[in-house]
Design a protein around this ligand. Structure first.
Ligand SMILES: [Zn+2]
Length: 82
């Protein structure tokens, strides 16, 4: 797992990752949606990632959430796949 960078808003090192599966029912169709969220434990800034279509594991959702949390203005090479 990639290490979390300090919070871009308050600078603390209190960020942590949480993940779960959201149970969603839409027009009779049932989805289990993997959700991963990085939250700053000090100022509560949050970056989340989930995907409705396609197969993605909790681990992949978590890796994406961490990648987005660690993204900073000026890191242009990181924007390629967005
Ligand atoms: Zn913060």
């Amino acid at each position: 797992m990639d290490k979390l960078k300090p919070c871009p808003f308050c600078g603390s090192n209190m960020a942590f990752v949480q993940n779960s599966v959201v149970d969603k029912q839409t027009e009779g169709v049932h989805f289990d949606i993997p959700v991963a969220v990085v939250t700053c434990g000090y100022c509560c800034a949050t970056v989340g990632f989930f995907k409705i279509k396609g197969d993605i594991s909790i681990e992949e959702a978590e890796a994406k959430a961490i990648e987005y949390w660690n993204m900073r203005a000026g890191d242009e090479e990181d924007y390629d796949e967005l």
